[in-house]
Design a protein around this ligand. Sequence first.
Ligand SMILES: [Fe+2]
Length: 270
Amino acid sequence: MDGLTELLACIQDISGGNFSNDIMELTSDKYDPFIREVAESVGLMMVRIEAREFALEQANDDLKCNIIATVKAVARGLSLRDPYTRGHGERVGRYCERLARRLEWSKEEIWTVQVAGTLHDIGKIGFSDRLIQNEDTRVDDEMLNEIRMHSEWGYCMLRGLSFLGPAIEFVHSHHERLDGTGYPCGLKGDEIKQGSRVLSIADVFDAITTNRSYQDAMDLEKAFSILRKLAGPALDPELVEQFIQEINENGLEDVEDNFTTCAVKKCSLP
Ligand SMILES: [Fe+2]
């Protein structure tokens, strides 16, 4: 292959999106000055394009982080009305992340399920004062209806944020059950995505291991026995066992109260 043909092949490669360093080899002394000069210019152009792409990617990540921070700020508004939900979303997000990591999901999948976990109850912002202030374990039909609307409301709030991808669906279906008796759609078995299954386990576990208006936090033994009871009809049995192993090995999540510490946490995107 002569120099000109090699140069053309390299340029075609670059135009196809393959930014390899082959072009730099054409800048060596063994090629004639014209080939070397063109190769240097193309190499420089390639470096500039790469730098611009990197900056764009960075800006895109920053934008995503800012949008998520805004949505989380709205979600935290809920905890001003209902102190029992403080930290719930963030803890559930972290449990989701830990289980997904254990299952060796991709970086993008781990991020998606963590975001879904953090935002899963955002629709509760639509709850009435009557429901939020209710300390009774019994709820009437009207309140039950309201409770069952929160995953749909959350979905409606998030569905415009297309970069959240499958996280929006995970939020929508985090109260579906494998036996088809969940809500809002009554999905059954394989119709429920893995991300929603992970989220359901993390959600139930955090709800039973923290203090609520209607119950005191349960110890691990009791919490695991409840998860195992729900495995099959409601939760994915294999994922439940993996989750229990994860908690046994690495313990519970402890999230600081944002309203007393105002800690600024760095957003980590894949
Ligand atoms: Fe929920």
